[in-house]
Design a binder for this molecule. Structure first.
Ligand code: FEO
Length: 169
């Protein structure tokens, strides 16, 4: 049986992952409007990843005998008006998610739940990859500046991103 305080943290994190899925779906619409279909693909993959992150926690909480509580998902908000500004927001969001995963880990540590800490290691590693992947696109966007041809080349590159269902835990 999982500790109640940790159960609550897992339920909050499931919600944060589902919010991430929702946020990236919202951001995808900007790129659909711009007809940047490689970026659209990048966000499609991101949406699937966030869904997998949420379900990974959902399944784990169930496996540990915890009570799953699906919390309301906030309306996704972003204010970026260019690919660069949007990716700056993506990076900020991923940094926030990293801090959230660390908070869940802290509670697992506090209640001495070693199994949960081991499970959360996967998410800690995943956040390093997530931040690095976003930072990579962001650096390229900074180099591109106002060069439309270079933006189209990046778009072509992002079209090659493929979703691979993660094995979590
Ligand atoms: Fe599930 Fe992008 O963090």
């Amino acid at each position: 049986m999982i500790n109640e305080k940790l159960e609550k943290e897992f339920n909050i994190q499931i919600n944060k992952e589902l919010y991430s899925e929702y946020l990236y779906l919202a951001m995808k619409t900007y790129f659909m409007e711009q007809n940047l279909m490689g970026f659209v693909n990048w966000f499609d993959v991101q949406v699937q990843e966030e869904h997998a992150h949420a379900i990974g926690m959902f399944n784990y909480l169930n496996e540990r005998g915890g009570k799953i509580e699906l919390l309301p998902i906030d309306k996704p908000e972003f204010s970026g008006k260019t690919p660069l500004e949007i990716f700056e927001e993506v990076l900020k969001h991923e940094q926030y998610v990293t801090s959230r995963i660390n908070a869940v880990y802290d509670v697992a540590e506090e209640v001495r739940d070693r199994a949960a800490m081991k499970f959360l290691d996967w998410y800690i590693d995943e956040q390093v990859e997530e931040e690095a992947s976003v930072d990579g696109v962001l650096s390229t966007l900074r180099l591109i500046g106002d060069d439309k041809n270079a933006l189209l080349l990046l778009d072509k590159d992002l079209a090659t991103r493929v979703f691979t269902a993660p094995v979590i835990g």
